[in-house]
Design a binder for this molecule. Structure first.
Ligand code: SRM
Ligand code: SF4
Length: 594
């Protein structure tokens, strides 16, 4: 038994005793994934053998779980599923690979590599910016996986831990305007990303051809994770207020920067956020993180490691639907969790410092930073970088990368920043952006703040469209805003193809969550800033009904709103939905309309 397995049983009992004073946790059967991880020889499984098997485009079932830790998912084109079935062919398997890019920062040189891979090794011929500041490729065949990963490696990029039961890509506010503060916040995001990478050599061996390193039971290969890693995925973000583009409260662990005279002094630590839920299963729910208090910057890693280890040891390893940190905190209680984190960190939380949490949108166009460098934020609809008719977006970014001397930053709203442009280079970059359709279109305040997940045709879990349908849907909402005379105001609208919440829909003022083809649940009432969840308003409705509901609500909003009242706050004040205060209790409370 490894050290933390011993701790696991002991601390489970202690924590359970702490939370209700007497009960002792019953051990439940471990989930299949726990056995897979244990038996995987630190994430190797039989991936290597699967890769060399040419008779099928897929991996074995077990390896399909393990490849996630290496950054990719097996998928099939759902648009072609029935046709292939009728032809008695195996599904058209391909892979989605997600890179790990802490804080979304990459160099033009790296981008040229990313771009070349998309054009030569993927059938989607596109790059997809994600809601966590990185990029994905879709449509990679099994035989191209190794070449692709080696291509990324040649540009000092990788995909390890982009998916799987580990700390994922760490987000950080990408705003380069306040350069000093951003630099300090980014430093910690990078530390959090690097420190909690899996230490196994499996990735290097399988994909980069490194020699196999022998391991044995006694080897401390993974000092933080242990051989069974975390119970589930784990997400961290660093916010630099007032910007909340990283939606810090939706993360398992969030660091809200606290500055004094422009210098970072520490963070307000928040923990226990997450969006995923399952329709009809009330024990699952989205949740926003709790505030735990202020920590000094130099204690950042102590606290992060303490939280990771508590989740490692206390998290549910039997039911993967209930294994995120949010459920651990709800189960053991805020106080018990906090005390355990302080104990393991060896430091106590100080009272939370006052900070103002503001907008979650990106600032489009040119902005001048304090260092006199210019930064250009480009709106990328649906995060999809592709050469479209009349809008060769991918080519445009390639041409810019060839001449750009600063860096690039991906945003958590699926957008792209060309950062640190000198005054004398500004005109040339703008000309390239304009001539390739990357600039020049009017982006409304609502569209600029709204996001949709990938969904169909690649996502295996999608119940309805999102990325492909969302632009047209938004145009209809914009027409309604125009009709009611408030198109100049932004509403945060988010759509996902299912309740897993990849575009953080439960933190949107208007959230649309796929139920079935063409059908969505409509959620209302989140705050503009991302500090309150929304709630179900109408269930399983189609576009006409959604628009009709919004039409009536917009009419009332314009007539009855208080000064500077946001749409989300308005829907709560008039009682369209009640405010979610305790997600575990309130989120599923049925509303009259639902
Ligand atoms: Fe996600 C699963 C796409 C951000 C919660 N997510 C998936 C998969 C891999 C589907 C699957 O398991 O087969 C999707 C692949 C679709 C495709 O074809 O590309 C997928 N998630 C995405 C991305 C690409 C959406 C996007 O449009 O940008 C985002 C990639 C982020 C990244 O770069 O790491 C993405 N996913 C999120 C977020 C938002 C965030 O983290 O800020 C969430 C909600 C926050 C959270 O984790 O609670 C999210 N994805 C999920 C879940 C639900 C987890 C849960 O706790 O229940 C799943 C399903 C699962 O894990 O079982 C999921
Ligand atoms: Fe797929 Fe659902 Fe995530 Fe959308 S929210 S990408 S449909 S898992």
């Amino acid at each position: 038994m490894r050290r933390h397995d011993v701790l696991h049983s002991k601390e489970l009992s202690e924590a359970a005793a702490m939370s209700d004073g007497k009960s002792v946790e019953k051990e439940e059967a471990l989930s299949v994934n726990e056995h897979l991880k244990t038996d995987s020889d630190f994430l190797r499984g039989t991936i290597q053998e699967g890769l060399d098997t040419a008779v099928t485009g897929s991996f074995s079932e077990g390896d399909q779980q393990l490849i996630k830790f290496h950054g990719f998912y097996q998928q099939d084109d759902r648009d072609l599923r029935n046709e292939r079935k009728e032809q008695k062919l195996e599904p058209l398997y391909s892979f989605m690979l997600r890179a790990r890019v802490a804080g979304g920062v990459c160099s033009p040189e790296q981008w040229l590599g990313v771009d070349e891979i998309a054009s030569t090794l993927t059938s989607s011929n596109s790059i997809r910016l994600t809601t966590r500041q990185t990029f994905q490729y879709h449509g990679i065949s099994k035989r191209n996986l190794r070449t692709l990963i080696q291509g990324l490696d040649s540009k000092a990029l990788d995909s390890i831990a982009a998916c799987g039961d580990v700390n994922r890509n760490v987000m950080c506010n990408p705003n380069p305007v306040e350069s000093r503060l951003h630099e300090q916040a980014y430093y910690w995001a990078k530390q959090l990303s690097d420190q909690y990478l899996p230490r196994t050599k499996a990735y290097a061996e399988i994909w980069l051809g490194d020699d196999k390193v022998a391991t044995s039971e006694g080897d401390d290969v993974e000092p933080v994770y242990g051989k069974t890693y975390l119970p589930r995925k784990f997400k961290m973000a660093v916010a630099v207020p007032p910007d909340n583009d990283v939606d810090v409260y939706t993360n398992d662990l969030g660091f809200v920067a606290v500055a004094e005279e422009g210098e970072l002094v520490g963070f307000n630590l928040v923990a226990g956020g997450g969006m995923g839920s399952t329709h009809g299963e009330v024990q699952t729910f989205p949740r926003l993180a709790d505030d735990f208090g202020f920590i000094k910057a130099e204690d950042t890693l102590k606290f992060a490691e303490a939280v990771l280890k508590v989740q490692r040891d206390w998290g549910n390893r039997s039911n993967r639907k209930l294994s995120r940190l949010k459920y651990t905190i709800v189960k053991y209680g805020y106080d018990a969790f906090k005390a355990e984190v302080e104990k393991r960190a060896g430091v106590k939380f100080e009272p939370k410092r006052d900070v103002v949490i503001g907008d979650r949108g990106d600032r489009y166009g040119w902005i001048k930073g304090v260092d006199n460098k210019w930064h250009l934020t480009l709106f990328i609809e649906g995060g999809r970088i592709k050469d479209l008719p009349g809008q060769p977006l991918q080519t445009g970014l390639r041409e810019i990368a060839k001449i750009h001397k600063g860096d690039f930053r991906m945003t958590s709203n699926q957008n792209f920043i060309i950062a640190s442009v000198a005054q004398e280079d500004k005109a040339e970059i703008e000309a390239l952006a304009r001539s390739h359709g990357l600039m020049g279109k009017l982006i409304t305040e609502t569209r600029g703040r709204s996001i949709a997940c990938v969904a169909l045709p690649t996502c295996a879990l999608a119940m309805a469209e999102a990325e492909r349908y969302f632009p047209d849907f938004l145009s209809k909402v914009e027409s309604l805003q125009e009709k009611h005379g408030f198109l100049d105001q932004g509403i945060v609208i988010r759509m996902t193809g299912c309740p897993n919440g990849c575009a953080r829909p439960f933190a949107a003022e208007i959230g649309l969550v796929g139920k079935a083809p063409g059908r969505y649940n409509l959620y209302l009432g989140a705050s503009f800033e991302g500090t309150r969840l929304n709630k179900l308003y109408r269930e399983n409705i189609q576009e006409a009904e959604i628009l009709s509901e919004l039409d009536s609500l917009f009419a009332r909003y314009v007539a009855e709103r208080e000064e500077a009242e946001t749409f989300g706050n308005f829907t709560v004040r008039i009682g369209a939905v009640s405010a979610v205060i305790d997600a575990a209790k309130d989120f599923h409370e049925q509303h009259n309309h639902a």
